[in-house]
Design a protein around this ligand. Structure first.
Ligand SMILES: [Zn+2]
Length: 68
């Protein structure tokens, strides 16, 4: 089981009411979902944060950093 976890709590995530964790049985599916998620968050959110994907064992963390 692979997990995509949103790591870090920007106010945008709370406002968007997103699920912070989702499970996938396939690693590639999880990887694609995580990158799509990070991409969408970079496009849609406040722009103050930069989202990326980091792999940690079987988990894929969607990470958050302040921009600039
Ligand atoms: Zn934000």
């Amino acid at each position: 089981m692979y997990k995509v976890i949103i790591d870090g709590q920007c106010g945008c995530i709370r406002r968007a009411n997103m699920a912070l964790e989702s499970n996938f049985s396939d690693r590639d599916d999880a990887l694609i979902a995580a990158s799509n998620l990070a991409q969408r968050m970079n496009d849609d959110f406040c722009g103050k944060h930069q989202f990326g994907v980091r792999q940690e064992g079987e988990n894929l963390l969607v990470t958050i950093e302040m921009r600039g």
